[in-house]
Design a protein around this ligand. Structure first.
Ligand SMILES: [Zn+2]
Length: 325
């Protein structure tokens, strides 16, 4: 009884916020510490804030372990962050060891979108679903894969980079070094880039007003606002994004034949405006048997998906050693 009452710390280290939660094994959040990441201050300062957030949560609590999610490439076997698009200056940073030594608690690290898949699988829209893909649509596109009920991350732990499947070999350059990757067509960055292109070509659009006349302030959010306001160009831009979202989803459906694809991240807030046309593309172009089998829905856990996924990671790891709790 006392063991099942143990709590778990889940930390989501994002580019702008550190969201740390203290939760029970059912995913109920009992306490939270939210801090600005201030990533430009470098690894030492950010790690200091992570430690501070965890300290605030665990004082007086019976804690079973700590899970941490960070965007980017990790060596999860060694608990090392190889590099992260959100965290400048982090190279081969042994975050797991540092946290484990600080608190003397079992600590686990995983890619944030893999954790999002795990979080939805354990506590959200994907409970009882053995085959699911989580698609995180933000400034880039991240992915998490649950296959046969298990997290799938490949041989080196670097799998699930669905945002870098190539949609057009002659497409726009991608920050990964390749070109024509899915995220160069269907991410928030892609929406903003195309909107700026239209504005610079002198096309009249309300996006200009929502961005205060400044092309540097154009985001997917300003395009969405203009679209809701009935702006034709903004609507066209979102339709184009939805089409390419659908093209990538067709590939995922054909490769994985999943039961469920969950769409999360900032762009998911566009809801059916983005999702319905994308689902239409899947119905038209994916293998019929797989297209019929898949549900494509919005993720449920919102801004806590990464932190709750980190909680789920600790529960999963502990199950291997503490069978029956
Ligand atoms: Zn790429």
């Amino acid at each position: 009884m006392s063991v099942t009452k143990q709590l778990i710390v889940g930390v989501d280290v994002g580019g702008s916020k550190i969201n740390a939660v203290l939760a029970d094994p059912d995913g109920n959040i009992e306490a939270r510490s939210l801090k600005d990441t201030l990533a430009h201050e470098g690894p030492d300062a950010v790690i200091g804030r992570i430690i501070e957030a965890i300290s605030q949560l665990i004082s007086g609590a019976d804690v079973a372990g700590i899970g941490i999610g960070v965007a980017g490439a990790h060596d999860t076997q060694r608990g090392v962050i190889t590099s992260s698009p959100n965290l400048p200056g982090w190279h081969n940073t042994p975050l797991c060891d540092i946290i484990q030594r600080e608190f003397n608690l079992p600590t686990y690290l995983q890619n944030d979108c893999t954790l999002a898949a795990l979080g939805e699988h354990r506590f959200g829209a994907g409970v009882d679903v053995d085959n699911l893909v989580y698609v995180g649509l933000g400034t880039g596109i991240g992915g998490g894969i649950i296959a046969d009920g298990q997290v799938y991350t490949g041989t080196s732990g670097a799998g699930g980079e669905i945002g870098h499947m190539i949609i057009d070999v002659n497409g726009p350059p991608c920050k990964c070094g390749s070109s024509g990757c899915w995220e160069t067509y269907a991410s928030g960055t892609a929406v903003a880039r195309e909107a700026v292109r239209q504005m610079e070509a002198g096309v009249p659009t309300a996006i200009r007003r929502y961005a205060g006349g400044d092309v540097n302030k154009v985001t997917a959010q300003t395009v969405f606002q203009a679209a809701q306001d009935g702006d034709y160009i903004a609507h066209e831009l979102i339709s184009r994004t939805a089409y390419y979202l659908g093209v990538g989803l067709v590939n995922l459906v054909n490769i994985f034949n999943p039961e469920l694809i969950l769409i999360g991240g900032g762009l998911a807030k566009m809801g059916s405006l983005l999702l319905d046309p994308a689902i239409e593309v899947v119905r038209e172009r994916a293998f019929e048997i797989s297209a019929k089998a898949v549900r494509i829905e919005l993720a449920q856990l919102g801004d806590d998906v990464g932190a709750l996924g980190a909680v789920a990671l600790v529960l999963q790891k502990k199950c291997g050693t503490d069978e029956g709790e």
